[in-house]
Design a protein around this ligand. Structure first.
Ligand code: GDP
Length: 198
């Protein structure tokens, strides 16, 4: 698949503000600072596409990108900020649930976690929602370069073991810094973007 022409389309606070629900889309989500924006930029191969967490404002929005006419990437707002007021947290919960539940073009969710701190309670919660709505999830354990190879493999195995009872969930290690796992991520996206193309 060719990502070279991927471009930013729009931002919205909720699913209702997104472009028409057609084609295929893959959404990225994760705790703030997990490395989601960097992962999107690395996978697409365009540095400034998704803004990293240093850019406030857009971070609470759903950011919508087009790879081509029928394929889209969705950057969902991060979660797990310690100081977010409760009403904003509640609105986030509602918006994400509605998006996962209603969006017909959503083919799968890439759940980004820092490999050093995987499966936090908020990650587990999100996983549960996605699976309740029948959404496939691929867990991207990023910042793999921060661990030794041995520690990385052990962590990947532990997370895979924890996820084993769940259907429709896959998992891999990844690094935006040294591109570890990039081929595997591309293969997954290729599969998701082509399987439902018929
Ligand atoms: P987001 O809030 O989830 O979008 O996270 P960002 O992509 O903005 O990344 C948060 C911080 O982690 C930034 O300082 C990134 O440079 C750093 N980071 C992201 N991915 C990696 C990675 O794979 N390896 C390393 N070493 N640092 C990373």
């Amino acid at each position: 698949m060719n990502y070279q022409k991927t471009h930013y389309l729009t931002s919205a606070v909720d699913e209702a503000g997104l472009p028409h629900d057609s084609g295929i889309e893959v959404a990225f989500i994760g705790r703030s600072n997990a490395g989601k924006s960097s992962a999107i930029n690395t996978i697409v191969g365009l540095k400034g596409l998704a803004r990293t967490s240093k850019t406030p404002g857009r971070t609470q929005m759903i950011n919508y990108f087009a790879i081509d006419e029928d394929r889209h990437l969705v950057d969902l707002p991060g979660y797990g900020y310690a100081k977010v007021p409760r009403p904003i947290q509640e609105r986030w919960t509602e918006n994400i649930n509605n998006y996962l539940k209603n969006r017909k073009s959503l083919r799968g969710l890439i759940l980004v976690m820092d490999i050093r701190h995987p499966l936090q309670p908020s990650d587990e919660q999100l996983l549960q929602w996605a699976l309740n709505y029948g959404v496939h999830v691929h867990v991207l354990l990023t910042k793999a370069d921060k661990l030794t190879r041995q520690a990385m493999i052990k962590m990947l195995r532990d997370v895979q073991e924890a996820l084993r009872p769940l259907n429709n969930v896959t998992c891999q290690a990844f690094s935006s810094q040294n591109r570890y796992g990039l081929d595997e991520a591309h293969e997954l996206l290729e599969k998701w973007f082509t399987e439902t193309a018929e």
